[in-house]
Design a protein around this ligand. Sequence first.
Ligand code: SF4
Length: 293
Amino acid sequence: MARGNMPRRPSRSGRQEGARRPKGSQAKGRAAQNMPARPARRAPVDPAKVNAGKAPKAAALKKKSASGYDPLAPERVHEIIAGLDQLYPRATCALTHRSAWELLVATILSAQSTDVRVNMITPMLFEKYPTVQDFAALEPEQLQPDIYSTGFFRNKSKSVVGAARKIVADFGGNVPQTMEELLTLPGVARKTANVVLGTWFKKNEGVVVDTHVTRISRRLELTKQEDPKKIEEDLMRIIPRERWTDFSHEVIWHGRKLCVARGPKCADCALETLCHAADKTWSTVEIHAEARP
Ligand code: SF4
């Protein structure tokens, strides 16, 4: 057996290799996974737009093997996007929110925490302090007990109160709608800004790069980088702009449900034949030692 190739073994889920899921079972599975609802199924990606106009910089990333394998080939990227669409057709942000301000606060609180944990405290938080002006009037110490359970509560309370004060002072109490302005808010970096711009304002200004997107992009050989900013740049070159936000949400859901950090559920993954990750738990394709999370 060639070194690096893993033997086939039966799916732990009991699903036979090559078997198609019956119609309707996928939707049932999503419901069981508590996937968020979206009003409409998104349009399929146009393969012609994958990598379009981005060749010069993307070329630097491409490493064709002797067999001609190119992990950034537009056809492959298109298949990955299509597979994610199939797995998570209604993926959206899992943070509960009713406004741009609530989404901004929830995203700040979600750093080094989980969306589930944040969703447990934000309803009470926004009932106690309904407006951005309420938050701006607080001292950070006053906020700490309310957000304690999300971790890093001292820094987060400073960020939330600082952001509220700047929004009230400089933006008329409204969350700004540009990347440049959002990045002036305390505690807001590109990841948070991308979540707010893409999810609430429907502006594709970048790709959200969190721990899930980092891990899965590296497993799928869409980047070799470790720095979130460089990973985002790589992804922005190969993913069509109109898909940046959807791609982010879908990959994040994939990281929660199947492509988890330890023991990814490869036997149930629609991307299995496209994925050569070194830490796959089941494979029908060649393994690439450098495809590591
Ligand atoms: S095959 Fe496994 S490692 Fe690859 S994307 Fe799917 S779950 Fe992740």
